[in-house]
Design a binder for this molecule. Structure first.
Ligand SMILES: [Zn+2]
Length: 469
């Protein structure tokens, strides 16, 4: 009882102190942000939209029939929200197929040990009977480059783990992911037979994590298959290699790159009441990997983005500028949707005032990163006093997101939504990225955080034409 009383007193004191520091305009903003959060947490639809998408469409690789279903789904839900207009924007996307279930094991002293494995997106197949070879373990691209002819006829095993001392797990991912994206291109020219990569996660578990890889300018004759194994399998393989450097890995996969496909971004908007020609974009990506149902990556981002416009409608907020939601296609395998959107915006010389992207999972909101000129960075950082009561403490300079980043040339103020990152790479690109891992309240707090950011951007952002860079 006493403890409850003490908390109540503190709350009262806090409200009083902070409200005395607010201008009249900021008090209006404070009230509107409260309304935004109240409506998201009581009448939000994002969680049910996500249930529908993940259950009835599931994983949706670019170019796949599921991605085409997701486009139809996106169009339907946008129309249900009652936006001023909804349309599809054509985009050309890759069409990679995983094929049959991959097989990998190692053989040491006559004993076979199975490894949890998945092909990497964009990888070619092994020969139909698979490949079997001795293994060289490396920890970096540099180490792989130094192998030269030693790599000929071998399977190269990239095994640099996440740096667990980094608090932001995206930085740990960034410090390792070159092994996945560039590993095969690095050793293909030396005549290596295949590449096996440790999965991109902090966790030691038995889920292999897929993700894109590129051959770059490697000649086609040097393309070699690339697969990821679980971190548990990687630890075991590394230990076994120390005991038996002659052990052999077997890998078989039938993945294939098919001709590119026509697909779509799904777009909807509420037209601006004062400046309909000025646009603020909010979005995430509609495609996903195929192992799970693409819940955190990036189902949460797209339902939160649509919820922003739904929250505006529920609260009768009439934006000054046009607020546009975009479900981008093909973030995972090359950004065909982002390119199509930026290209169309350039062709029509569309005035993009700002953009906000959610592609970092649906966990508890922490803040935003800002990619803007100095003046607007300062402007956005000052909103911390309005946003911090909702746990949005981290509002700092930084990147926005892969889908809106191409708009940067227009001097647009770009913002990335930043939820807590600790659990994201448990699920990222793995079979464990499923609807049950998303917490309804965390998802809704994210939608409200994004709606508050868009509300403030709409009210205070200047015309980019008038901004001195
Ligand atoms: Zn993503």
């Amino acid at each position: 009882m006493l403890a409850i009383f003490a908390i109540a007193c503190n709350e009262k004191k806090e409200t009083k102190t902070s409200s005395t520091e607010l201008t009249a305009e900021e008090k209006t903003d404070k009230d509107n942000i409260k309304k935004i959060f109240d409506s998201a947490l009581t009448n939000g639809k994002s969680y049910e939209w996500l249930r529908d998408l993940t259950t009835n469409v599931g994983g949706r690789l670019s170019g796949s029939p599921e991605a085409a279903m997701a486009v139809k789904w996106g169009e339907k839900v946008m129309k249900e929200v009652g936006l001023d207009s909804v349309w599809l924007q054509p985009a050309i996307v890759p069409h990679w197929v995983r094929g049959e279930k991959e097989v990998a094991y190692f053989v040491s002293k006559g004993k076979k040990t199975a490894m949890a494995v998945c092909a990497l997106g964009g990888s070619v197949a092994t020969p139909n009977k698979g490949v079997m070879a001795e293994v060289i373990e490396v920890k970096s691209i540099k180490e792989a480059q130094a192998l030269g002819e030693k790599a000929t006829g071998k399977i190269i095993f990239f095994n640099r783990p996440f740096d667990n001392t980094l608090i932001n797990t995206f930085r740990a991912y960034g410090g390792c992911v070159d092994q996945r994206t560039r590993g095969a291109a690095t050793v293909g020219e030396f005549g290596a037979l295949a590449v096996i990569v440790r999965s991109m996660t902090n966790n030691i578990d038995n889920y292999p994590h897929t993700g894109t890889m590129q051959y770059g300018d490697t000649p086609k004759s040097d393309y070699i298959p690339a697969a990821a194994i679980s971190t548990l399998a990687a630890e075991n393989l590394s230990k076994s290699l120390k005991a038996d450097p002659k052990l052999k890995i077997y890998l078989r996969q039938t993945s294939e790159n098919l001709p590119k496909e026509k697909s779509f971004n799904v777009i909807g908007e509420i037209r601006g009441s004062e400046n309909p020609e000025k646009v603020i974009v909010v979005g995430g990506h509609l495609d996903s990997w195929d192992l799970g149902d693409g819940a955190h990556d990036d189902g949460t981002g797209i339902v939160q983005s649509l919820e922003v416009l739904h929250i505006f409608k529920m609260n009768n907020i009439k934006p000054k500028n046009t607020i546009r939601v975009v479900f981008f296609m093909d973030e995972e395998q090359g950004g065909g949707g982002a390119d199509a959107y930026a290209h169309a915006a350039k062709l029509t010389d569309e005035n993009h005032l700002g953009g906000l992207e959610s592609d970092a999972g649906g966990h508890t909101p922490r803040g935003f990163t800002i990619d803007a000129n100095e003046g607007n960075t300062k402007l956005l950082k000052a909103w911390k006093k309005l946003l911090s009561p909702y746990g949005l403490h981290d509002i700092e300079k930084g990147g926005s997101g892969a889908d809106i980043a191409p708009l940067k040339a227009n001097h647009t103020t770009l913002v990335g939504y930043r939820p807590d990152s600790q659990r994201y790479f448990d699920y990222h690109h793995a079979a464990s990225d499923t609807f049950d891992k998303v917490n309804k309240r965390e998802l809704e707090l994210g939608s409200a955080s994004m709606a508050s950011m868009i509300y403030l951007m709409d009210k205070y952002l200047e015309n980019p034409d008038s901004i001195k860079q």
